[in-house]
Design a binder for this molecule. Structure first.
Ligand code: ATP
Ligand code: MG
Length: 569
């Protein structure tokens, strides 16, 4: 992958690179660098995950090192194979390759169990018979020390026996847990005898019915990193306070062992927040389950699959991740930056085509009835190598309804009575007449063309102010177009105490327009093809289009209309 400017700029300022450089200078981990992206397969990935993916795989690329994909699948209640598949698809689509096969925390359940036994034997863990509620009540507060459980001082033998019986399924869910024996008075709440294992009588998507005790995320995560030889475990800021616990677990499991070559170091960065959306998987799942959106990949969702269906490219998302950079303080990024990135990318790549979304008929009265000319037009004026194609011109055309005004103001450079415009890649025409229907709506516009003004011909130098896009009535075909607006009307829909985030849903977030007229070239368009509908915006084919009717999704407008509007307010 070629490095673009944003990547280079980021490398200079990225504090994580600086930390890794220091570790390499100190010859830590024998000079090895290995990172990982560790999603929990309990939902589809979103743009926040994309940030983490670009960061972890970006580090690997920068140091010519590797990055693992590891599923942190420690909770069989919420996890599903569908998510495992979608996550792999999304990471690949973003352009990254993990080392070897995907890894799973569940592959380490045996090892984690043995280490738990080691902790018990060393008097560092115990079985607690209290309920989760009772344990929570004893936790204290940051300023008030917790209370030690009455089961804290069970003998090693009893603990070993109970743990074994927990594993063998002798107890019901919630009847017992395994807790680390650390310090109920620690100023760090995570060190107050955290739970290591709980009983869940539910099959796991990979280990099936083998286990009915499952490690807590905090007990599994650091050890999984260590097992894989991850040198730098990059995670979001909320895990900073978990770091002492992860280090404590590592110290315990390594107790008495030789010093390993690699000892994982955790480095935290600020999670990505984006305005006008929600990023919690729980809330995204709720939108899916309640049918508020059309699945995880609804083009209005902040998910990677939603952005893909909307027409975002991997390059644009990577550019966005680089531009956001890595911070040590939480911040909210304006979604306009994401839109800027896709516009930049598609401006270079997208083929310019003609589509009329709100058509009105334009008849060229002095053009021969049966004639058609195929006009040459550049596929992308930004990139000559994309070549040209021919578009059909004929007597009856469609133009946008709002490109004509009966009584236009002076500065209106589109069509009006007796006015001239150029039809892009074709002729200059002059409006001679217009016909209205019974309701007073314009039904048909009449114009004459000037044969001398054919685009590309030497004599076509005459200039007019306005240029319109158009399609030929007898050559075009009809398609639906889906226009999107923000899914939420509030910049921070889940930032309001006592108001449910769904209260802020934008009722106008989706507009479906049928009967749009498209130039014939687009008949063969496929999902993930990108187009600029001239003068309108960027579009892609919706993945739900079938052979009968094409549906185009608007990716983004040509200009940043949103931020201009919000500046006005
Ligand atoms: P939850 O814990 O609510 O299920 P999560 O968003 O933390 O969700 P994970 O699957 O645990 O989801 O995340 C995988 C990785 O992506 C983690 O390393 C996490 O830190 C990172 N990540 C998640 N959300 C963001 C975000 N908004 N910005 C940056 N990184 C993120
Ligand atoms: Mg998480």
């Amino acid at each position: 992958m070629e490095k673009d400017d944003a990547v280079k700029e980021n490398e200079k300022t990225n504090f994580i690179y600086q930390e890794i450089d220091k570790d390499l200078l100190d010859n830590k981990n024998k000079g090895v660098v290995l990172t990982r992206f560790p999603p929990e397969p309990n939902g589809y990935l979103h743009i926040g995950h994309a940030k983490s993916i670009c960061l972890n795989f970006g580090i690997a690329q920068h140091y010519n090192a590797g990055c693992n994909l590891r599923f942190d699948d420690t909770n069989p209640i919420k996890e599903d194979e569908e998510y495992v598949d979608s996550i792999q698809e999304d990471v690949k689509w973003l352009g990254f390759k993990w080392v070897g096969e995907p890894k799973y925390a569940s592959d380490y359940f045996d090892q984690l169990y043995l280490w738990a036994v080691k902790l018990i034997k060393n008097g560092k863990a115990y079985i607690d018979d209290q309920s989760a509620d009772e344990i929570a009540k004893q936790k204290g507060t940051p300023t008030v020390p917790g209370v030690e459980s009455q089961f804290r001082n069970r003998s090693v033998e009893v603990n070993l026996d109970l743990f074994e019986r927990m594993k063998n399924g002798e107890f019901k869910e919630g009847e017992k847990v395994l807790r680390a024996k650390i310090d109920m008075a620690s100023p760090n709440m995570h060190m107050r005898d955290p739970i290591m294992y709980r009983i869940i009588h539910k099959p796991h998507h990979r280990s099936g019915n083998k286990w009915c005790i499952y490690p807590m995320y905090d007990y599994a995560h650091g050890q999984s990193d260590f097992i894989e030889g991850i040198t730098h475990s990059i995670c979001t800021l909320e895990f900073e306070v978990h770091r002492p616990l992860y280090n404590w677990f590592l110290d315990q499991i390594l107790e008495g062992d030789p010093i390993p070559d690699v000892r994982t170091r955790q480095i935290e960065f600020a999670r990505l927040n984006l305005n006008y959306t929600v990023m919690s998987k729980r809330k995204l799942l709720e939108l899916v389950q309640k049918g508020i959106v059309d699945g995880w990949n609804d083009p209005r969702m902040p998910t990677i699959s939603g952005l893909r269906r909307r027409g975002y490219t991997p390059e644009s998302i990577r550019m966005f991740a680089e531009k956001v950079g890595v911070a040590k303080r939480d911040n909210v990024i304006d979604v306009a930056l994401l839109e800027f990135c896709i516009r930049e990318d598609l401006n270079k790549k997208a083929m310019r085509v003609n589509a009329v979304l709100d058509p009105v008929k334009l008849v060229i009265t002095n053009y021969p009835d049966d004639m058609a000319e195929w006009m040459e037009t550049p596929n992308n004026p930004e990139d000559e190598t994309m070549g040209t194609r021919k578009i059909p011109f004929s007597k009856e055309l469609f133009i946008e309804r709002d490109d004509f005004m009966e009584d236009p103001p002076k500065k209106y450079f589109r069509l009006g009575p007796d006015r001239e415009v150029r039809l892009k890649s074709a002729y200059i025409i002059k409006c001679t007449n217009y016909i209205k229907d019974a309701d007073g709506r314009i039904k048909e516009i009449h114009a004459t063309y000037d044969a001398e003004t054919r685009s590309g011909m030497p004599q076509s130098q005459r200039k007019v102010k306005g240029t319109l896009h158009w399609v030929s009535a007898k050559h075009c075909f009809e398609a639906d177009v889906q226009l999107y607006d923000r899914l939420f009307m509030d910049p921070e829909p889940d930032g309001h105490k006592d108001i449910d985030f769904k209260e802020f849903l934008n009722p106008q977030s989706l507009t479906v327009i049928s009967g749009c007229k498209l130039e014939p070239f687009l008949k063969d368009a496929k999902p993930l093809d990108h187009f600029q509908f001239q003068r309108i915006g960027y579009f892609t084919v919706d993945s739900k289009s079938d052979g009968k009717k094409l549906i185009f999704n608007k990716t983004v407008g040509l200009k940043d209309s949103w931020s201009k509007n919000s500046q006005k307010e």
